[in-house]
Design a binder for this molecule. Structure first.
Ligand code: ADP
Length: 692
């Protein structure tokens, strides 16, 4: 390093944020000349300047704190779980970084979390020797920048029935603030690994917090809770043991506490015996068993332990719907503890999407959380741990994507989850249905992206249909099993909601002929349909697209004859209607699918349908303009009436008006707005007047 570089680094080392500006204001020459004095004098000057900085909480954080302080009363114990969990995460991070930089832990490689209590001061301190936080991290994580979870957490908690549910807090990434449920003041001191800066953060949770430089001489973070009067029993050893056993027993690092025992001999009244020697000992005890739950035999793990571990890694507050614990043996060896959540997290469908939920361990060392390479994206809701001994410790995310062992594990884990779901569907259909309502949309993505498991995934799909009640579902297998004898295809209709689809004119002939139609109401359905392929050798057919091939040969023959006759009768009228609607419509033709309604719109075979158009538009993608086909019901009296008008006066302007009304009616039955509502109302009013 050059002299200039050295001075620069000295300057920066001492002139941290506020003083750095001051340093920049001084010219460099002056600084170089005074380098020694800078070295010796500026620290003190800086310290004086740094003193304590008072900052306001970001509004959302303050609102959250108000809520935590004033509205959460039940199950306050979880604050300890959250803080211990943060400590354990901080050690995980350090342990991982230390794989490539041993220096970070050279002074202290005994990872641990320690609790300190002070009865008189009414404080509880949770200390970890993890990665610590820099000033910027402190600012970003705790204070000014509200995580996306803050607002969501508040929304959830304000939703009437969950007003007092502190368990939610971890799920939204705001667990630290749970400290304020039990503390009137929180003091956090932190020192990042490999650095000699340290920071003290303090707040009473009422609007502001203070940050002061210094405060901790060891790596890691200590959080001191100045307990509220009614929370003072959180210094009692028994209470702490109880909470740790319940929530944090499996934390991998020892949770230590100095336990004081007074073994002085007592008299009958429980007082120290006269003349007895005072025997007080202090021993450091480990309060948790630290057993990696996935390494233990299944038979020894209780359901509650599995569930608590799930909550620990997922930050979810509800129990999982399914726990899958297994070991792969043979050529590929690994242990996996996987969970299927009961509820979708709030960010499941946000732009960034929820993170993949599997943590990877190699030879008992935590390597990374949210390991994408371990599980395909469409199973990203699964949480858990995979531990393998066949991977090197120094793997990175990039290497993992290409690693053969990881690929094999991913394949195995995927199969395991899919087979578990299939089993669940068969044996506990209610559970499966609840699960599917939460995650069905995500699983469907697999049909598009996982060619190898496509058929297995199709077996897991459920849809409402024209033959199910709202909220009841049918699988493709059940659909095929109850297809009518001469039915060749699996019929479906896509749209925004069951309510619109149920009343769709396209369904009329299917209802009449008692043919079941699947209702596909999710945008993802549109995406996977083009590549869906067959199911059980039957192709899928949209009832609002192209022609319909329904009924027995005999029925079709009769229908064809009737249609030929009607075509002759209405040929000229249809031409006229087509002329009137030529700007909006590709073709006008007589319909096979209508029994009650006068008209409906059909997408031509191979054209993009309106639902897909809307999806593209929502994604700001250019959409080609596609005209659709207007089908008219030859048996509807409207057609007869129009034909009579047309026969008596080929130029009657009512024909064009009625054509427009038929088109608009078809749009409305699909739940789509008419192009010109004012004109539409006028046409209707005119019609009403004419009929009176
Ligand atoms: P979450 O842990 O779910 O992200 P928290 O509100 O509990 O949400 O913590 C916010 C962030 O603060 C953490 O993600 C972490 O970066 C940081 N943090 C909290 N506690 C510690 C700690 N003991 N050591 C280091 N960093 C911590």
């Amino acid at each position: 390093m050059t002299i200039r570089g050295i001075i620069f680094s000295i300057r920066y080392r001492w002139l941290d944020p506020p003083c750095a500006a001051l340093g920049q204001a001084l010219d460099f020459k002056t600084l170089a000349v005074r380098s020694l004095s800078v070295f010796y004098c500026v620290p003190a000057f800086c310290k004086a300047l740094m003193a304590t900085e008072k900052k306001e909480f970001k509004t959302e954080v303050q609102q959250l704190l108000d809520l935590v302080i004033h509205s959460l009363y039940s199950n306050k114990d979880i604050f300890l779980r959250e803080l211990i969990s943060n400590g354990s995460d901080a050690i995980d991070k350090l342990r991982f970084n230390a794989l490539s930089d041993k220096e970070l832990i050279k002074d202290d490689s005994e990872f641990r979390i320690k609790l300190y209590t002070d009865n008189e001061a009414r404080t509880l301190t949770i200390e970890d020797n993890g990665i610590g936080m820099t000033r910027d991290e402190l600012e970003a994580n705790i204070g000014t920048i509200a995580s996306s979870g803050t607002r969501k957490f508040m929304e959830e908690i304000k939703k009437g029935n969950t007003t007092d549910n502190p368990e939610l807090i971890g799920q939204f990434g705001v667990g630290f603030y749970s400290a304020f449920m039990v503390a009137e003041k929180v003091t956090l001191k932190t020192r990042p690994a490999g650095s000699d800066e340290s920071w003290t953060w303090e707040s009473t949770g009422d609007g502001s917090y203070e940050v002061t430089e210094g405060g901790r001489d060891k790596r890691g973070t200590e959080i001191t809770l100045h307990l509220k009067e009614d929370c003072k029993d959180y210094v009692v050893e028994f209470r702490l043991r109880q909470i740790i056993k319940k929530y944090s027993d499996f934390v991998e690092y020892p949770i230590l506490m100095d336990i004081t025992r007074d073994d002085t001999e007592l008299d009958d009244e429980g007082k120290p015996k006269e003349g007895a020697e005072k025997k007080v000992t202090v021993t450091e005890e480990t309060l948790n068993s630290m057993k990696a739950i996935w390494m233990r035999p299944k038979s020894e793990v209780k359901k509650e332990e599995y569930n608590e571990f799930y909550k620990h890694i997922s930050h979810d507050y509800t129990d999982p719907i399914k726990t899958i614990h297994y070991s792969a043996e043979g050529t590929l060896e690994f242990k996996a503890l996987l969970y299927l959540p009961a509820k979708a997290p709030f960010d499941m469908f946000q732009h960034e999407g929820v993170k993949h939920g599997i943590n990877l361990y190699v030879k008992r060392v935590f390597i990374m959380e949210n390991c994408e390479a371990l599980i395909p994206r469409y199973l990203r809701f699964a949480k858990g741990v995979v531990e393998s001994n066949d991977l090197p410790l120094n793997v990175s995310r990039e290497i993992l994507q290409e690693d053969v062992v990881i690929k094999k594990i991913e394949k195995n884990v995927t199969s395991k989850i899919l087979s578990t779901l299939k089993d669940m569907m068969k044996k506990s259909s209610d559970d499966y249905l609840n699960f599917y309502k939460e995650f069905g949309k995500v699983i469907k993505e697999g049909v598009e992206v996982d060619a190898g498991n496509k058929d297995k995934i199709k077996d897991l799909l459920l849809y409402e249909s024209s033959k199910t009640k709202p909220g009841e579902y049918v699988s493709l297998k059940e659909y095929v099993d109850r297809m009518l004898p001469d039915q060749k295809e699996i019929y479906f209709i896509t749209g925004d909601s069951r309510a619109t689809l149920e009343n769709s004119p396209h369904l009329e002939i299917f209802k009449k002929k008692d043919v079941e139609v699947l209702f596909m109401t999710e945008p993802v359905d549109e995406f996977i349909l083009p590549g869906f392929g067959e199911y059980s050798e039957k192709s899928l057919k949209s009832i609002s697209q192209g022609d319909i091939d329904l009924g027995s040969e005999e029925e079709k023959k009769i229908a064809e004859e009737q249609k030929t006759e009607a075509s002759g009768k209405y040929k000229k009228l249809i031409k006229k209607v087509q002329e009137a609607l030529k700007d909006d419509i590709k073709e006008v033709r007589l319909s096979d699918r209508l029994t009650d309604s006068a008209s409906c719109l059909v997408t031509d075979e191979g054209d993009i349908n309106p639902q897909m158009e809307r999806i593209f538009a929502a994604m700001n993608q250019p959409v080609p303009e596609v005209k659709r086909i207007l089908e008219l019901n030859p048996d509807h009296p409207v057609l007869e009436k129009m034909n009579t008008l047309f026969d008596s006066n080929k130029k009657d302007p009512k024909i064009a008006d009625y054509s427009e009304l038929l088109y608009n009616q078809a749009l409305l039955t699909e739940g789509v707005a008419v192009k010109d509502p004012v004109r539409f109302s006028k046409l209707i009013s005119d019609l009403m007047v004419a009929n009176n």
